[in-house]
Design a binder for this molecule. Sequence first.
Ligand code: NAP
Length: 271
Amino acid sequence: MKYTIQSRNDELSNRLMDEAIDYLNGFGLVYNEDEPDVVLSIGGDGTLLHAFHKYSHRLKETAFVGIHTGHLGFYADWKPSEIEKLVISIARKEFDVIEYPLLDVAINYRSNKESSHYLALNESSVKSPEVTLVMDVELNGNHFERFRGDGLCMSTPSGSTAYSKALGGALVHPSLPSMQLTEMASINNRVFRTVGSPLILPAHHKCVLKPVKGPDFMVTVDHLQLLHKDVKSIEYIVSKEKVRFARFRPFPFWRRVRDSFIESNGRNISG
Ligand code: NAP
């Protein structure tokens, strides 16, 4: 089996990386950065986002595992003290693979420039660089609303615990193939009106954002942030592709939610 490691590059993460390489090579696994079967991410959820984007071209062949060297994460849910157990399980292939939905993002331009395509593990958000964002929101080809405000965010179920949560979105179980649209500070008064609630859309729905004002927009895809010029529309669908996580023991989503946001049950790096 081939593996690679993505480290957050701090002292603890790098030390654990060296330890993991020693163990895994000792078990006859081969370090291969180009075509890994397993990607070990050591750091936080942010580190796993970087690993995901590095290997998003070969999701069918790759399973991700996250070890946290800070607080408990959603993607990084193994403790450093468990590294030996984890490595033995990887070597013996004693793991299940679970799949989470992803978001497909297409940005179309008014010019003849080819559309840009991205996959998001957490979310994609749209903001206007200078002025209030004004976008028509279209659902399945029908006009839904004209949004005025700071921005819009479309999240995956596993991204619902990240930026989307801070925007008042619901927490969505990753077994539901769906995407969630949340507003950022919408202008709502007698003249301008938006629905004001997050929308959870199923896998067969499509959401298209069409600029009313200003052709240039800041579009984020997870940790990536790019200014797109001359935008005609931004299309969101639930991707046909999925991300695969290697699961070595049950750690239910709602337990992770509780441990992260309510009470940690001692599941910190020393516990
Ligand atoms: P960052 O600013 O360094 O990290 C943002 C925080 O989001 C980190 O604490 C990270 O956890 C956490 N996070 C990432 N994915 C998560 C998930 N699925 N569930 C719960 N928490 C999660 O940025 P970054 O490391 O480049 O990550 C980019 C992500 O930051 C974006 O995808 C977005 O979701 C998030 N973000 C959140 C806000 C907000 O909450 N107001 C604003 C902007 C962006 P770790 O510490 O474990 O890495």
